[in-house]
Design a protein around this ligand. Structure first.
Ligand code: ADP
Length: 251
């Protein structure tokens, strides 16, 4: 579902990703962990914007995200191509990013109606179902500012799912929340993991979440994967000194 082939990215003199290879199968849930500055967020920003690779290729589903065919040549993707391939991806951010001037249900239905062209009644029916799924069936008419952070983040999850993505990217989705509110968001994601086969790629400092939800954990250090294992193995038997040091610092 996602494949990075020899992807490099630098900012000025700083090499952030160095010929990175990794792949995520359809339905797999993968957590990216590692010290701050190791390149995890850059991976999400290459997938969902605004960054572009310096070299290498990224595939999403069967489609190449980074390049497109022009005649018999492969050229860098233009904005239209990027938008088309990115339709397969949904994203939830640390800071929720809801539309403050729209009620909860409208936050969830806006993109399906305006971008996918779904009839509003259909989008609303599905929006209600999704808000029910995240435990907010009674908040359809509330404005986001009247909700707790945990509730806002659950709306953001419903909003991402409303676009029927194949892949869900989660960027530190609990970092801005108090532990109690983080727990309710994690519960929703755990349920989603149990009941759907959506592919998930999450950047997280919440090791409990990585352990509970993911099939595989990739430990990053300086733009490279230093360890790639099922969570129970990685957490119980970290092989690399970098992984051990990192886990000591966060657990
Ligand atoms: P992580 O998510 O693992 O903390 P990031 O992917 O955010 O790491 O960042 C990796 C490195 O890239 C850091 O050194 C960061 O300062 C640098 N970086 C990220 N985005 C930019 C940018 N837009 N301009 C300059 N440097 C950046």
């Amino acid at each position: 579902m996602i494949r990075f082939d020899r992807v490099s990215k630098r900012f000025g003199d700083v090499v952030v990703l160095d010929e990175l290879d990794f792949a995520v199968r359809a339905g797999e849930r993968v957590a990216l962990i590692g010290p701050s500055g190791s390149g995890k967020t850059t991976i999400l920003r290459l997938l969902m914007g605004p960054e572009r690779v310096d070299s290498g290729t990224i595939h999403v589903g069967g489609d190449c995200l980074t390049h497109m065919r022009r005649g018999d040549r492969l050229v860098a993707a233009d904005d239209r191509h990027l938008r088309r391939v990115r339709r397969r991806i949904g994203m939830v951010f640390q800071q929720f990013n809801l539309f403050p001037n729209m009620r909860v249900l409208r936050n969830v239905t806006e993109a399906p109606v305006c971008v996918l062209g779904e009839p509003r009644p259909d989008a609303e029916r599905r929006g209600r179902e999704l808000l029910e799924l995240v435990g907010l069936g009674d908040k359809l008419d509330a404005y986001p500012t009247r909700l707790s952070g945990g509730q806002q983040q659950r709306v953001a999850i419903a909003r991402a799912l409303a676009m029927r993505p194949d892949v869900l990217l989660l960027d530190e989705v609990t970092s801005a929340l108090d532990p109690e509110l983080a727990a309710e968001v994690l519960d929703v994601l755990r349920d989603l993991a149990r009941t759907s086969d959506i592919t998930m790629l999450c950047v997280t400092h919440a090791m409990r979440f990585a352990r509970d939800v993911s099939h595989r954990v990739l430990m990053f250090d300086r733009g490279r994967v230093v360890e790639d294992k099922p969570p129970e193995e990685l957490f119980e038997h970290p092989e690399h000194e970098r992984t051990r040091a990192f886990l000591r610092s966060v657990l």
